[in-house]
Design a protein around this ligand. Structure first.
Ligand code: ATP
Ligand code: MG
Length: 418
């Protein structure tokens, strides 16, 4: 128990650190090119924020939140997604009054959902995501979709399928809900219990039910019932995507699990040997800032699961190799040589080279073995002979060739060999 991480959680171990760092680096680099700046919000928020923001008819809020009372008897929830916190921060810091749009991203944001742990489904997972506030044109919908595609491709996740849909605005949805309810009513008794509960408050979500989907293939689609404004927005989005050279499929069945979406919703799916996996989901939420107490401000964003991306890399056998731990490992014999070794390691590091020496009082042979094990590409030897002659011996571990160079030239030589 004590030595087992809680169910549904994972350590990020040093052997995989480079993978997380690369994914984060791609996020920062690609977002910076499009003018996005980083935001970090707290890991926990007041429970009410998610109830109001994510929506209390959603699975996330009804079943999946990590909610507890703190010592001051406040109801606190570990964030299940990144958008509600970003909206809260936008309102609290009056960022909505800055030059609009406000373009934000977050990298490796921890998210918590009490889900049944299974492949690709964790209780603590991490998302990269973006949120854009104050831009209502569909060009920004297309922009974040393009960013998501670029990010996935930068991480080696190919064979991407982009599915888009529009779920309209509260105006057109009202009329559509009536139509949908009229269609669903005679079937209601055959639907699952959750869907029966959704019938009054959120009938659209019934279309997203995995159990009942097959019975509802001829249901009226939101897409065919959009108001002129929403229809025009969706039309523009398709044009922008085409202008960007992005292929897409319109999937009228995408609903998305969170209540706050309006107009554009999308999912990006990748094929894996074990089936299709959703690696990114997002959409527009034009009513959310106002719903949470800010001025009416359109918003749009996506969340991308990092563990999912890593899983796809593994399934496809495209996990990037770890970089060498050291450019040079200094092997010494004797106290005086060791002191010189400490000096040399400092010089190497100061020159921007990854370097180290033995800290475990090992024999020279064991030092070599260690250097080999940790994948040092060069070994620099300093023993009595070398000290006397004012030289060091450099061994290239890839081909075991050795060369003697002046001690004063050691750092420069390693730099050149790199
Ligand atoms: P799913 O349909 O897989 O349950 P979702 O609609 O709940 O996804 P979002 O809330 O949109 O997902 O989150 C965006 C992304 O976060 C998902 O596409 C996925 O990559 C990742 N994600 C969501 N839930 C989990 C989880 N429990 N464990 C790991 N990654 C997750
Ligand atoms: Mg989910």
């Amino acid at each position: 128990m004590l030595t087992q991480a809680p169910k549904g959680t994972q350590d990020m171990l040093p052997k995989d650190a480079h993978r997380w760092q690369t994914i984060e680096g791609n996020m920062r680099g690609i977002c910076a090119l499009a003018g996005y700046r980083e935001i970090r919000t707290p890991i926990f928020e007041h429970t009410e924020l998610f109830q109001r923001g994510v929506g209390d008819t959603t699975d996330v809020v009804q079943k999946e939140m990590y909610t507890f009372n703190d010592k001051g008897n406040r109801s606190i929830t570990l964030k299940p997604e990144g958008t509600a916190g970003a909206v809260r921060a936008l309102i609290e810091s009056h960022m909505y009054a800055d030059a609009l749009p406000v373009k934000l991203y977050y990298a490796s944001c921890p998210c918590f959902r009490y889900e049944k742990p299974q492949s690709g489904r964790l209780r603590q997972f991490h998302q990269n995501g973006v949120e854009v506030f104050g831009a209502k044109d569909a060009s920004v919908d297309a922009e974040i979709i393009q960013l998501a595609m670029q990010l996935l491709e930068a991480n080696g996740i190919g064979d991407l399928k982009l599915n888009i849909n529009s779920i309209g605005c509260p105006e057109c949805r009202k009329a559509y809900h009536e139509k949908l309810r009229a269609y669903l009513e005679p079937k209601l008794s055959t639907l699952c219990k959750t869907c029966q509960e959704r019938f009054e408050r959120n009938p659209l979500r019934i279309l997203d039910c995995k159990e009942d989907a097959d019975k509802l293939t001829d249901a009226p689609a939101m897409l065919d019932n959009l108001c002129p404004d929403c229809a025009a927005h969706f039309g523009k989005l398709k044009q922008y995507l085409t202008a960007m050279g992005l292929d897409y499929a319109v999937d009228p069945r995408i609903v998305r699990g969170l209540d706050y979406y309006t107009k554009t919703v999308f999912e990006i799916i990748t094929e894996t040997p074990g089936g299709n996996l959703t690696v990114c989901g997002g959409g527009r939420y034009d009513g959310l800032v106002e719903e949470l107490g800010g001025p009416a401000t359109p918003g749009i964003g996506f969340g991308m699961g990092i563990e999912r991306m890593i899983m796809v890399q593994d399934l496809r056998g495209i996990a990037p190799e770890a970089p060498a731990l050291y450019d040079a490992f200094v092997v010494t014999m004797g106290d005086e040589a060791r002191m010189e070794g400490v000096r040399l390691v400092s010089e190497l590091r100061a020159a921007g080279l990854k370097a180290d020496l033995d800290h475990a009082a090992r024999s020279m042979k064991a030092q070599f073995k260690y250097a080999n094990k940790v994948g040092a590409s060069k070994v620099i030897v300093i023993a009595g002979d070398e000290l006397e002659k004012g030289v060091v011996k450099i061994r290239d571990m890839s081909n075991s060739s050795e060369a003697e160079v002046a001690r004063s030239e050691a750092v420069q030589t390693i730099l050149q060999m790199k």
